[in-house]
Design a protein around this ligand. Sequence first.
Ligand code: FAD
Length: 476
Amino acid sequence: MNPSNLPTVILGSGFTGLFTALHLCHHRHSRPIILIDQADRFVFKPLLYELLSGELTDNQVQPRYEKLLACDGITFVQDTVQSVDLHQRQVKLASGLQYAYDHLVLALGSTTNYFDIPGAREYTFAFRTGEDALLLGRHLRECLQQASQTSDLERRRALLTVAIAGAGPSGIEMAATLADLLPQWYRKLNGDPTEIQIFVINRGQEILKGDINSHLRKAAERALQQRAIPVHVVNEAAVSAIYPECLEYQQAKESKTIAAATMIWTAGTAVNPLLKELAVPDNLRDRSGRLRIAPTLQLPTFPEVFVGGDNATLAMMLPATAQVAYQQGAAIAHNLMALVQGKPLKPAKVALRGTLMKLGLGESAANLFDRFIIAGRSGHLIRQGTYLELLPTPVHNFKATVDWLTDEIFSRHSQPNLTKSEFSPRPWQRLGNIAAVLVIASSGALFWRAIQPTQFNQILQPTGLPVLLDQLQQSQ
Ligand SMILES: Cc1cc2nc3c(=O)[nH]c(=O)nc-3n(C[C@H](O)[C@H](O)[C@H](O)COP(=O)(O)OP(=O)(O)OC[C@H]3O[C@@H](n4cnc5c(N)ncnc54)[C@H](O)[C@@H]3O)c2cc1C
């Protein structure tokens, strides 16, 4: 095949890969695009807690690729990448399919790091995929059911105990969510929520240490104590082994254990194993194995290969987050097109806009530009609105946002600490909610109109909104 007819192959359709593909398609990339992922759904990882709690639906948090990829230029292949030959420019998949490429995007994300701790992989729940979230939810419900029917005190205590390894953002968000959610679920079974215990095992002296979210530490600590049941953070404790229903840790040279029917592992992230197999020398990798890339996001030794998200590391260190990954996806698309058109490539610009953490049901903290911290219900509206704005395509974004807005305005989501009579928001609260969500909805609609005007006009024509916006624009 003539090399110029070979496709652009994108490995991994997460934040980096999917956004690269959608940008390429939107700008009518002249080459075929092959997008490969082992899963059939895009996973919006920051919202996995909402999938676990039922605050958002499956389709909102993990939409199917077939719904997101309404673009003729993209061929989606659901398969597992087995190997990549950078010299031969060839990718092999588990099914036996092989793809030769002209340009390659490596966007395979990361995996869980168990640090070789005995039993950690076997006996703890991971939390990275929609399946993980749903499996954990089912297990927790089963534990509560069993606890509500046993009179064996010791057994009930274990069934009602959750131990979370890791006090980074995932561990803290998980603890805060469960500390509201489990009492709510258990109360429905006529159980006594005060019997539920949630532990966070933290290696360091304080939570969120060395993390991009460390500005939110105070807000997080406060929130952990104000949940429906308080969260116990065990500091300076190193998990040493996991056994069935038992977590063992070392603290002040003493070995201690927690009996828990649910143990969740959020303590570490490892590089995708496929990266280790690549023909890239050690000096072009960081300590964890991520690939060192040029500011244009190219692999220095293979300039036809672009790398982004959790697979990449730059001279200017960036956190391994979704906001970095999707911005790099857009930059990769831009540079790929420049390369094909023989134009100069540009260094990728990534703007860090602050951080967001879920700190309970209907409660979050937002650190905006490292200047303002907004916590509580307003933080929740900002976090949810921001993430729904980011959902990969405007149509999906619009549907998900509308569903969410309806729920927020009518407060359909459950509030853990409130009785039924307290549950209905007061008129002024409802007005505040409506104002906040209208701002988010209108900015979402304007964003959609700005990037896909034809689609926006076609879909919303019956509402008269496109005509109204055109008239408003003309009158300015
Ligand atoms: C629970 C959790 C909460 C998070 N919360 C936040 C947050 O609040 N804010 C934030 O900014 N970031 C958050 N992150 C981090 C963020 O999700 C990641 O940094 C981001 O997803 C990285 O994007 P990526 O494109 O590199 O990888 P991913 O989005 O993980 O995509 C990688 C893709 O590659 C596919 N894949 C992997 N191996 C193969 C293979 N061999 N063959 C085929 N396909 C493969 C996977 O199925 C996946 O679709 C969170 C992560 C987790 C796990």
